[in-house]
Ligand binder design. Structure first.
Ligand code: HEC
Ligand code: HEC
Length: 216
């Protein structure tokens, strides 16, 4: 056996055991989701991950804004979104369960640690709601939300780790997302949302978007 053929496996073993996401960063037996929840609960770890996430997010600023408040109407705000939901959506773009012409290609270049840290960064930013002017439309949206959506998205529309936060989301994006589910466009499939969205009228979609985007 040559020296080289003995050294290569040793080097490989070294790199694998120190690869990002392994070793001390992810203790054995803890899922990424559990680690994300514990980092969010620990001030020092959260601030470190958030700072790393902000550096990695230079790729995202153009569309999602410096602090996760999007300057483009069709692009969702990420600020204040649930971190586990954010990470799951990034993974879904990466493996094709969710499709978008820009996002799908982009996330493939992100390392697991970048995805993790960006989820922490955006989740810890504050979302800026869009105040709507049509009070009657907003009120109609609020009534519909309480009846048809609050059971899953929460009374204040703040979401959970599996269900998106909708409060303060971009109104145009909300409409696009609801129409996507309603048409079963295939860019995004979720049994729970497709079931709800297929019965929505255009007026209800507009009212819901006006109501939700104005919520803090
Ligand atoms: C060229 C514009 C563009 C860039 C750059 C971009 N995004 Fe997006 N992003 C979008 C659009 C558009 C959507 C909505 C896609 C859809 O309708 O499903 C989206 C959706 C998302 C979502 C899902 C949000 C939700 O509420 O479900 C996440 C998470 C996300 N992007 C993260 C990122 C991250 C992290 C980066 C940087 C690495 C990034 N994006 C860069 C345009 C962009
Ligand atoms: C049975 C539970 C359930 C109900 C009821 C429900 N949703 Fe959802 N909603 C979800 C889940 C789960 C997701 C995330 C799906 C995914 O990962 O694609 C979601 C996602 C969404 C999104 C996409 C958010 C984003 O950031 O991309 C919008 C918009 C939305 N829901 C609006 C509504 C509205 C409006 C109603 C009421 C008419 C409603 N939902 C009722 C479970 C529900």
């Amino acid at each position: 056996m040559s020296v080289r053929s003995r050294i290569v496996p040793i080097l490989l073993g070294f790199f694998i055991s120190f690869a990002p996401g392994k070793g001390e960063a992810a203790p054995q037996g803890i899922s990424t989701e559990q680690r994300l929840v514990s980092v969010m609960a620990d001030t020092k770890a959260r601030e470190a991950a958030s700072a790393a996430g902000k550096r990695a997010a230079f790729l995202c600023v153009h569309c999602h804004g410096e602090d996760g408040n999007s300057p483009l109407a069709h692009v969702p705000n990420l600020a204040g979104q649930n971190p586990v939901y954010l990470l799951h959506q990034i993974d879904k773009f990466g493996d094709g369960r969710r499709k978008d012409e820009f996002m799908s290609g982009l996330v493939k270049v992100l390392k697991p640690e970048d995805r993790f840290n960006m989820a922490v960064y955006y989740a810890t930013q504050s979302v800026r709601p869009t105040p709507g002017h049509d009070v009657r439309l907003r009120e109609a949206g609020g009534r519909h939300f309480a009846r048809a959506c609050a059971g899953c998205h929460g009374a204040s529309a703040r979401g959970t780790k599996d269900v998106a936060r909708l409060a303060g989301q971009q109104p145009v994006y909300l409409r696009i997302a609801l129409e996507g589910y309603r048409q079963g466009s295939g860019t995004r499939s979720d049994m729970r949302m497709t079931g709800v969205a297929k019965n929505l009228t255009n007026h209800e979609v507009a009212a819901l978007a006006a109501y939700l985007s104005a919520l803090p």
